[in-house]
Design a protein around this ligand. Structure first.
Ligand SMILES: Cc1ncc(C[n+]2csc(CCOP(=O)(O)OP(=O)(O)O)c2C)c(N)n1
Ligand SMILES: [Mg+2]
Length: 302
């Protein structure tokens, strides 16, 4: 199993002062490593939610590599920004991001899904440093984020709360109740990001429940709404910078709607049937890694 070198910041601050293009390159490199980690973890199990991790890697890299305030050596640091993963099944991608952030050791990733591992298949807050909530029951992340953002404000904290949701979670009434609550309480310290990969467990999102037009829905719920290509790091970074620029203790909550592609970066997996939970054959993992590296190096040298 090969693992690329990991960049481990001690702490990052929101919106770095480095030039934009430099930040994009740094995030893109982090996204590549996150994808690599996810493939290595998936190989341990022979299957899993690998497609989601590949699709969301650019979002995770932007948040962890550039926006989130945290201390790798002290995951419970009181002033940290909170990152809430409501989609427990995306844990594989989140663990890869936590390793990239230096919060979880890279060597530990190979324990993913094993008995006694701190990295169970579904995200559990009591198991993993940096995992703020247990998120397997979908549609609850944003409700918790609202309470947390409200609580931090009462405590006089300037920390922000980030909530990662999936498009399947937009089927849930609780998500929209939370969206109304966030607007009502003017939670300017709350930023939601939605991975719109157009897929759910039961098939394509528009065949399960037509949630579009989602941009207009969030806007009508009073949120500062942006929609971007969630696999375009430059577009993502600009959107997160916009959200950070208008973050406030009291103000409009922000949502960044990110259109992504399941399996992104690995052509072999990008058009796979049954993409929600992928079975990948033994001989395919190395091909996946090679395709990922070829794509990344091709882009980096272009
Ligand atoms: C409340 C709840 N209902 C149903 C499930 C079963 N479930 C697990 S993943 C999933 C799909 C949710 O959509 P999404 O996260 O967009 O799927 P993906 O993009 O990962 O394919 C469902 C329905 C669940 N975990 N929680
Ligand atoms: Mg989905």
């Amino acid at each position: 199993m090969t693992a690329p070198t990991t960049h481990s910041p001690e702490q990052t601050t929101q919106t770095s002062a480095a030039p934009f293009e430099e930040r994009v390159d740094k995030i893109s490199a982090a996204a590549y490593r996150i994808r690599h980690h996810a493939l290595n973890m998936g190989e341990v199990q022979g299957q899993g939610y690998v497609g989601q991790a590949l699709g969301a890697a650019d979002m995770l890299a932007t948040v962890y590599g550039d926006q989130l305030r945290y201390r790798a050596e002290d995951p419970h640091w009181e002033a940290r920004d909170r990152f809430l993963l409501s989609t427990g099944h995306y844990a594989i991608g989140h663990y890869a991001a936590l390793a990239e952030a230096g919060i979880v050791p890279v060597e530990e990733l190979e324990t993913y899904g094993s008995d006694d591992s701190r990295l169970p298949m579904s995200g559990m807050s009591t198991y993993t440093p940096g995992m703020e909530i247990s998120g397997g029951s979908l549609g609850h992340g944003l409700t918790i984020a609202v309470g947390m953002a409200l609580g931090l404000r009462y405590q006089g904290s300037s920390a922000r709360v980030f909530n990662f949701l999936s498009d399947g979670e937009l089927d849930e009434g609780s998500t929209w109740e939370a969206a109304m609550g966030a607007h009502h309480h003017q939670l300017g310290n709350l930023t939601a990001m939605v991975d719109i990969n157009a897929l759910q467990a039961d098939g394509k999102t528009d065949t399960v429940l037509r949630t579009e037009p989602v941009t207009e829905k969030w806007e009508s719920f009073g949120w500062y709404t942006q929609r971007v290509d969630g696999n375009d790091v430059g577009a993502l970074l600009a959107a997160f910078d916009n959200a950070a620029a208008q973050a406030a203790t009291v103000g409009r909550p922000s949502v960044i709607l990110c259109d992504t592609k399941v399996g992104r970066g690995v052509p072999l997996l990008e058009n796979r049937e049954k993409a929600h939970f992928m079975r990948i054959e033994e001989n395919e993992w190395q091909i996946c890694r090679e395709q990922l590296t070829a794509g990344y190096e091709g882009k980096a040298s272009a």
